[in-house]
Design a protein around this ligand. Structure first.
Ligand SMILES: [Zn+2]
Ligand SMILES: [Zn+2]
Length: 371
């Protein structure tokens, strides 16, 4: 204790420096000399402790006053005994845990045990309307992080081993004292791992993963709808240090179809019928997502009438059968007629005592109406 450096000199601040400047100076030194960031420099930890000790005194108004008046000697006899020196980084963290919280806990190596699992990935694929109904297989290209080859995902340079964390002594957690409470928290130096990598793998900079591009085959189940998401378990990024991989989420979008529309497992379409068919009834061929089908329409079918054919919709994803096909009949009006057709229609109108206006009068009427 005899050749101890002056606390102001250690932190590099004036004797008149305010609390904010003291804190700022300490944070700067702590960041620079943190043992975790200086694996190859054992003197960094000594400097880290020295700065922490200086800060513990200068950040405490009463202690600082005593120190200003009596120097190091004044603190020797202080209550608690043994002076403010720190024996280990653990003690430092237990004193200034909240000061370090955002320095080392949150960022850096991704804080927290859970986050060591590889990240989930999301890709989007587009499938045809009928492919979504019937199911298909799609090849996709995914760039993902895979376990690094040279270090087998450990992040440690081959020939070296991770070392026990000096902050928590390998326990992975530290005790923080606040007033009378002692709170157990995840060790901020090793994020609960209990180990610190002093020789990170040069191939992956210690991340344990490398970027690769994979071609994967995705099985799209029959009946999937646009916007639904498939989960490929374990096909996301590899976890660091052998932790489990994340998942790959495949969001499926479906193309629109010329005739069909879907709502859930039900399929909708419109089918034109002629005036005669609608009046007299007919057996017509209608398209379904499973091929053509025959539909009997009764005589007197009004335009707009909807027929439901059970079990001709898309398969339900839960495997319980299929939805329905809803077919709307639209009476089609031909735009060009043969002379014979015209003659027959005039006759029909005559029988039904209808006044037929030809030669553009109706056209003119509609044009005026629709502007
Ligand atoms: Zn630790
Ligand atoms: Zn590596």
């Amino acid at each position: 204790m005899s050749n101890q450096r002056d606390y102001y000199e250690v932190l590099g601040v004036d004797r008149s420096a305010g609390d904010a400047d003291v804190k700022k100076a300490y944070r700067k030194l702590a960041m620079k000399n943190h043992p975790d960031r200086n694996p190859d420099d054992p003197s960094a930890e000594a400097r880290f402790k020295e700065a922490s000790e200086a800060y513990s005194v200068l950040s405490d108004a009463a202690k600082r006053q005593t120190y200003d008046r009596y120097g190091h000697a004044g603190l020797q006899g202080a209550a608690g005994g043994g002076g403010p020196g720190f024996n280990s980084s653990e003690e430092i963290f237990s004193h200034f845990g909240d000061l370090f919280g955002d320095l080392f806990g949150g960022g850096g190596r991704g804080g927290g045990r859970q986050s060591r699992r590889g990240a989930d990935l999301t890709v989007r694929i587009m499938v045809g309307f009928l492919d979504a109904v019937h199911g298909c297989e799609e090849e996709i290209e995914v760039s993902r992080a895979e376990a690094c080859d040279p270090c087998s995902g450990s992040g440690v340079e081959p020939g070296h081993e991770p070392e026990q964390c000096t902050t928590c002594g390998g326990a992975g957690e530290v005790i923080q004292s606040q007033m009378f409470l002692r709170i157990r928290t995840v060790c901020p130096a090793c994020q609960g791992r209990g180990q610190v990598v002093r020789h990170p793998c040069t191939g992956c900079s210690g991340r344990g993963t490398q970027a690769v591009s994979n071609t994967l085959t995705v099985k799209v189940p029959a009946g999937i709808e646009g916007g639904q998401v498939l989960r490929l378990s374990g096909k996301g990024n590899s976890g660091a240090e052998g932790a489990p991989a994340g998942d790959l989420y495949v969001e499926v979008q479906t193309e629109a179809h010329e005739f069909f529309e879907r709502r859930g497992a039900d399929v909708f379409c419109e089918v034109p019928v002629s005036y005669a068919q609608a009046c007299l009834g007919a057996e017509i061929t209608v398209p379904t997502v499973h091929g053509d089908s025959l539909l009997s329409i009764p005589n007197g079918t009004p335009s707009g009438k909807v027929f439901q054919i059970n079990n001709e919709g898309a398969p339900r994803l839960n495997g319980r059968g299929r939805g329905s096909l809803f077919i709307q009949m639209l009476v089609a009006v031909p735009t060009s007629l043969t002379l014979v057709e015209k003659e027959l229609l005039r006759k029909l109108a005559e029988i039904q005592d209808e006044k037929v206006v030809e030669r553009g009068f109706l056209r003119e009427f509609w044009d005026r109406l629709t502007g």
